[in-house]
Every structure is written in C-alpha cells, then in structure tokens.
Ligand binder design. Structure first.
Ligand code: CA
Length: 220
C-alpha cells in the first residue's frame, strides 16, 4: 500500500520511509505542504503521515483542504512534543490519529495499521478469509495455521487485496500500491498475482475481466 510521508526534515522522513518499507508499505516522501497537496490531487495513497509544521503550507491547512475535498484516506498527524492545541485541532479537522515527536518507529507502524483497519471497517489486527489468516502485526499469512512464505512484493499485493476484500481492486490501483506510480503498467502484476495464487491457493483471488482482482469477503 502506498503511504505518503509529508515531512520537511529529511532525516526524519527517510527514517519513517525505511520503517514503513520494512513493515510492507510503499512509502513516498513529500517535503512541504504544497507539493503534498499536489501529489495527493494526482495520485492515490492508502494513508498519509502528515507533519503539521511544514514550509509553504502548514499541515493543518493541507489536512483541512483534503477533508473539504472529500478525501477520506487515513491521516496520522505528527506533532511537536507538548503542542496539545495542534493535536486537538488536527483531530477536529479530520486526522485519524496523531503521534508526538520524538516517537518510536514501532508505535507509528502500530498506529498506521490500526487506522487502516478502522478505515476498512475492521477492529481486529487479523484479517480472516476462509481458512486464510493475515496478521497485520507480524505480516504473517497462514493457511489452516501453516505459515505461507511470501516475498515483500507478494505480501504487499496480498495484503492490499485482503484489506479490500469484498471490493473489486482495479489493475492499475493494485499496480500502483505495489510498485508505485510512474512506472509503466505491464503484465508484471499478472505474474506477481500468479505467484501469490501459488502460495495462497488458486481460488482466493478472482480475476474480473477488464476490471481488476477480487477477494470475496468470506468469514472463517
Ligand atoms: Ca516539520
């Protein structure tokens, strides 16, 4: 899943990007409010980590414009320590959660996973489809309790589809959330899904011709 990091301190941004990559996400960095606004107008992100103290356009203004435009992606606000007014205003404007600097990377990842679950309408950290179980905390997929070995790209694709089970996920949408935007769309995705099917079973992911992929919302 693509996650936009809006942070003007390059070291902090790169650190978050490394942590998110290790947690199976596809991060992109934007260094100021204006370019974040531009990026989100032209590209699709599954979630945003938004620093509130930004050059050019501050984080609260960016967030307000997103929510006014009807954008609903989960947003975690990064606030300076002790600035409770920012946190309150951020949440009033539509941040889904906040985290104060300095923070532990693990906490940010845990909060990100939690807001993604809530935005998908699931409270549990585990996604269960039939005999398959995805634990978003450990990034582990098991089938009948047996761990399935997935490469990072395979996990990213499977995780995105499982988070959007019961919905058709467009080919391009999935491609962008696995590989990032700006790359040419090709049969790479088909090959990747073929590998995921090999590992997770041939019937989990359905192909909807001309539309995308579909994982049925099937309780255990
Ligand atoms: Ca800042």
């Amino acid at each position: 899943m693509r996650v936009l990091i809006v942070e003007d301190e390059p070291d902090v941004a790169r650190h978050i990007a490394r942590v998110l990559t290790a947690a199976g996400f596809l991060p992109e960095i934007s260094g100021d409010g204006e370019s974040a606004q531009f990026l989100s107008d032209t590209e699709d992100f599954g979630a945003v980590i938004l620093d509130l103290g930004l050059p050019r356009l501050d984080g609260l203004s960016v967030l307000r414009s997103w929510r006014e435009a009807g954008k609903t992606m989960p947003v975690i606000a990064l606030t300076a320590r002790g600035s409770w007014r920012d946190r309150v205003e951020g949440i009033n404007i539509g941040a889904d959660d906040y985290i104060s600097k300095p923070f532990e990377a693990e906490e940010l990842v845990a909060r990100l996973r939690a807001v993604l679950r809530r935005s998908a309408g699931h409270a549990s950290p585990e996604i269960i489809v039939g005999n398959l179980r995805l634990d978003t905390r450990t990034m582990q997929v098991t089938i009948d309790g047996v761990p399935a070995k997935l490469s990072p790209l395979e996990y990213r694709a499977a995780s995105y589809l499982l988070h959007h089970r019961g919905q058709i996920v467009g080919f391009r949408e999935l491609y962008e959330h696995v590989y990032g935007a700006g790359e040419s769309f090709s049969n790479t995705l088909e090959t990747l899904i073929g590998r995921v099917r090999k590992r997770l079973g041939p019937s989990l992911i359905e192909t909807r011709k001309g539309a995308g992929y579909y994982v049925p919302d099937k309780p255990a």
